[in-house]
Design a protein around this ligand. Structure first.
Ligand code: AMP
Ligand code: ZN
Ligand code: FE
Ligand code: FE
Length: 281
């Protein structure tokens, strides 16, 4: 079983890369992708703690935004982590997330939530990508709410008045940059209406022109009609179909390996990278 989308505490997951590797091994996975938001900072720890029988597929989930303001997540897998353009694209997003957090905090302060940047940073591991989940954890720690889920449902969802976006490349630019770094690009949870507005079926042609390799079809946020439609789009454009958990440790209900990717589909995906970068022990 191969799980192609997970998070560690180098972004908004709660497990260290080591814990993630150990849990993947215990769950009987044969392959796991580490895809923290806009960073490769967790890669080395995962490599150092890799277990026999488990293949490590290194990547990142790149935050994107369409020109009309729709948030899109693009999984970049098996790219060269030293590639300067991709590294600087991710660094720009991470830097921008700090100012964006200050703006969200200011809006919350105006609504009488007493919360500071220090409170949020206290929820963040060293070197991790800052995001709304850390703010949610800080609000929980202060007793305003019971869980991350409750904070997202009530005040931090994409359509909330407290929501502020951050710099992000367009999906097309992200795909081109991932591909130029030798990797493969898979659009994540493209039809998850839980996340607010989603991209149109028509926009896939433009992503394919940019070099899109795959579609994450099997994901808990997709209904069966969503999965059928995404499968149809994948067939039409000869794209790889993936499945994954989007595991975040205790940060979300998603359980490791709850959805997975067919090994034959993964083989097609891997063949589209410019070098063999799957790591085995
Ligand atoms: P950000 O990247 O800062 O805009 O935050 C988005 C992240 O918040 C997503 O990648 C999810 O992992 C997380 N998230 C979204 N909705 C929820 C939720 N209901 N509960 C927990 N985490 C969530
Ligand atoms: Zn996340
Ligand atoms: Fe995502
Ligand atoms: Fe994710």
């Amino acid at each position: 079983m191969i799980d192609l989308h997970t998070h560690s505490n180098f972004s908004d997951g709660t497990d260290t890369p080591t814990e993630l590797i150990n849990k993947a091994h215990a769950a009987g996975l044969t392959g796991i992708a580490l895809t923290d938001h806009d960073t490769v900072a967790g890669w080395q720890e995962a490599i150092d703690h890799l277990r026999p029988g488990l293949s490590l597929i290194l990547g990142s989930e790149i935050s994107c935004q369409t020109l009309d303001g729709i948030s899109v997540h693009m999984l970049g897998l098996l790219f060269d982590p030293e590639n300067p353009e991709l590294s600087s694209m991710m660094a720009q997003t991470r830097d921008n997330r700090v100012g964006r957090m200050a703006k969200i905090i200011a809006r919350l302060n105006s609504a009488d939530y007493e919360i500071t940047m220090d409170d949020v940073e206290a929820q963040l591991s060293d070197g991790a990508t800052l995001g709304r989940p850390h703010l949610a954890d800080a609000l929980v720690a202060k007793g305003y709410m019971k869980s991350r889920d409750q904070v997202f449902a009530e005040i931090l969802h994409n359509d909330s008045p407290f929501y502020v976006s951050h710099y992000s490349p367009t999906p097309e630019v992200a795909i081109q940059t991932i591909k130029a770094a030798g990797g493969v690009a898979v659009i994540a949870h493209a039809m998850s209406s839980l996340r607010g507005r989603v991209v149109s079926v028509e926009s896939f042609a433009s992503y394919v022109d940019a070099g899109l390799d795959g579609i994450e079809v099997f994901h808990r946020d997709h209904t069966q009609p969503n999965r059928d439609l995404l499968s149809q789009i994948a067939n039409e454009f000869d794209l790889v179909k993936t499945g994954s958990s989007d595991y975040h440790g205790n940060g979300k209900l998603n359980q490791l390996a709850e959805f997975h990717t067919d090994p034959e589909e993964f083989a097609k995906l891997e063949a589209r990278a410019n070098a063999r970068r799957v790591i085995k022990r």
